[in-house]
Design a protein around this ligand. Structure first.
Ligand code: SF4
Ligand code: SF4
Length: 143
């Protein structure tokens, strides 16, 4: 059994379609949704563990890509340039997992990487652009 945790980034036109259901129906893949933020008419994302044979896994990935779903893997991580952080707090309002939070009374923005689901929302939210997506290893199954 092959298994990986992936983050699927859905464009707005896809969010109302049961795309993930087709992973099971068409490719006999099992999935476990770990975290999701999907709303109608807006871009959304889903963190899920997908399991199955390697062959079916690859077919499922191809199917998702053909539907304009961007895929990153949990082998990626989000890094923060701590020295450049202004502790403005903008990222804490958007972070769904509370990986970014405000420590009081110091009003210091703390980044707890262990809680991060790599949804990438903070990359756009950070006005100083100091949140970066980084690869943990060199494997890239999405090319
Ligand atoms: S990528 Fe950023 S917004 Fe998303 S969970 Fe990680 S720290 Fe929070
Ligand atoms: S939005 Fe950027 S600069 Fe502001 S607290 Fe978050 S990481 Fe720091």
């Amino acid at each position: 059994m092959y298994s990986k945790i992936l983050i699927l980034h859905f464009p707005p036109v896809i969010t109302q379609k049961p795309i993930v259901y087709y992973l099971t129906k068409n490719f006999d893949l099992l999935f476990n949704i770990l975290h999701a933020r999907v709303s109608s008419e807006k871009a959304g994302y889903m963190v899920l563990e997908i399991s199955g044979t390697k062959d079916n896994f690859n077919k499922g990935i191809k199917f998702l890509k053909n539907h304009d779903i961007k895929i990153t893997s949990a082998e990626h991580e989000i890094l923060r340039d701590d020295e450049q952080c202004t502790h403005c707090g903008a990222c804490t309002a958007i972070c769904p997992t509370e990986a970014l939070s405000i420590k009081r009374p110091e009003m210091e923005v703390i980044y707890d990487k262990k809680k991060c689901s790599v949804c990438e929302l903070c990359i756009l939210a950070c006005p100083t652009r100091i949140m970066k997506l980084s690869s943990k290893n060199t494997e890239n199954i999405f090319k």
